[in-house]
Design a protein around this ligand. Structure first.
Ligand SMILES: C[S@@+](CC[C@H](N)C(=O)[O-])C[C@H]1O[C@@H](n2cnc3c(N)ncnc32)[C@H](O)[C@@H]1O
Length: 403
């Protein structure tokens, strides 16, 4: 089917209208004329993928990863040239923010964009397929593990180790599962966690400083020290921002918000191992509280930030116990689903003078922004971080402030 692509939908696919139907075409860019192959059709919505580009957008990457959009499902935005990523994200976000307060949509349209080079991933999950002897990401819409040769998001050091790891895993009889990796910023040290049903001893792998199973069996170290830019210990399996090149940009943004706002009491409600809270301390915060539901991450936060108060509990419980009281700045970096109703309500009616909301899902941010606005918070600015370069995902930081 030949189609004219009009815009990008949230999720990154090109949108075309034809005969009363709306087509969502992966791999297509606004202004292009493409040949698309239908994949699914339901109630006037057709999902499709590009099979040929008849007239090409200037946004198109001339030499995309040959495995993107098919052979490997890792990067669904590899066809967007580096210099046009900002435009592409903003067009796609426009759709997601259609239902958001106008001030948020305007701030995102004007947002500063922080780009990322390739080879950025310091954390991730690879699938292990023993029958194929393959370690990698799944191919698009499939459970077949793709060959990662030439991948542009993993470090080249990690890529070079994969064939030897596959051999060792096969020899040790490790069954199918997921291999979670954590590398340091310089890609010199790395830890692995195996997620799968294996009660044997995990093999020693070259270039790996520790390899653990979910049941606790393994060898070596369980934590890496990441220079973020202060040293922070991160246990394998705990959350940490996954882009080695943008950690300092996020750190500097948080520290600047704290410094410029003169915020002395800061509450980080989804604190992980304490990365953003540490940046807040570096910016001059004197009383810092970290709330984190994962016990291991909370333990690490306590060790990383000995002067901070760490509450190892769900944000919902912490706000119920009055954790928001007294904080002048709230840092909110929730998981993809955004804030739960209880947290949203508590934040909107808190006494805080500002909220720094860091979001990887603009649709949830849009929903939460309404309640913040009803609680008297106004959007000051937004910033986009290209944390997941090569994919349609982008991280948004938004500062809300009371007048
Ligand atoms: C997106 S990460 C942010 C971590 C941290 N801000 C950082 O930059 O490293 C979200 C964190 O929230 C934690 N989390 C998820 N649900 C939670 C909840 N209901 N209450 C508190 N923490 C939660 C996760 O374990 C994870 O560490």
């Amino acid at each position: 089917m030949e189609l004219e692509i009009q815009t990008l939908a949230y999720g990154g696919r090109g949108v075309a209208r034809r005969g009363g139907e709306v087509w969502f075409v992966s791999g297509a860019l606004p202004g292009e004329r493409v040949v698309a192959a239908e994949e699914r059709r339901r109630r006037g919505i057709v999902e499709a993928r590009v099979v040929d580009v008849l007239s090409c957008s200037s946004w198109r990457e001339p030499e995309p990863c040959p495995k993107a959009l098919g052979a490997c499902g890792g990067c669904d935005f590899a066809h967007v040239a580096i210099g046009f990523r900002e435009k592409a994200y903003k067009v796609a976000l426009f759709g997601a923010l259609r239902g958001a307060p106008e001030s948020l949509a305007q701030a995102v349209a004007k947002a500063v964009f922080v780009p990322s080079p390739w080879y950025y991933r310091l954390r991730g999950r690879l699938h292990w397929a023993p029958e194929a002897g393959q370690l990698g990401f799944f191919a698009s819409s499939s459970h077949r593990v793709a060959d990662l040769g030439g991948c542009r998001v993993l470090s080249q050091e990690l890529l070079a180790l994969l064939p030897a790891w596959a051999q060792c895993l096969q020899r040790a009889g490790v069954p199918a599962g997921e291999l979670e990796f954590l590398e340091d910023v310089a890609a010199k040290r790395r830890l692995l966690l195996f997620r799968g049903a294996f009660s044997g001893h995990l093999p020693r792998l070259p270039g790996v400083d520790g390899f653990w199973g979910l049941r606790g069996r393994g060898w070596g170290e369980r934590e890496l020290i990441l220079e973020l830019p202060l040293p922070l210990a991160v246990p394998v399996g705990a959350f940490v921002q996954g882009n080695r090149f943008l950690l300092s940009a996020i750190w500097n943004t948080v520290a600047a918000v704290v410094r410029e706002g003169g915020f002395l009491r800061v509450l980080d409600l989804y604190g992980g191992v304490g990365f953003l809270a540490a940046a807040a301390q570096a910016g001059g915060a004197q009383e810092v509280t970290v709330v984190e539901v994962s016990k291991r991450a909370a333990q690490a936060a306590r060790a990383n930030l000995p002067q901070a108060r760490v509450l190892p509990m769900p944000a919902e419980v912490a706000v119920g116990q009055g954790a928001l009281g007294g904080a002048s700045l709230l840092i909110l970096d929730p998981p993809r689903g955004g804030l739960s109703p209880a947290v949203r309500q508590a934040v909107a009616s808190s006494q805080a003078s500002a909220v720094l909301y860091i979001s990887c899902d603009a649709a949830c941010l849009a929903r939460d922004a309404w309640l913040l606005q009803s609680g008297g918070f106004a959007v000051r600015w937004a910033k986009l971080f290209d944390l997941f370069a090569g994919t349609h995902h982008v991280e948004l930081a938004v500062l809300f402030q009371r007048a």
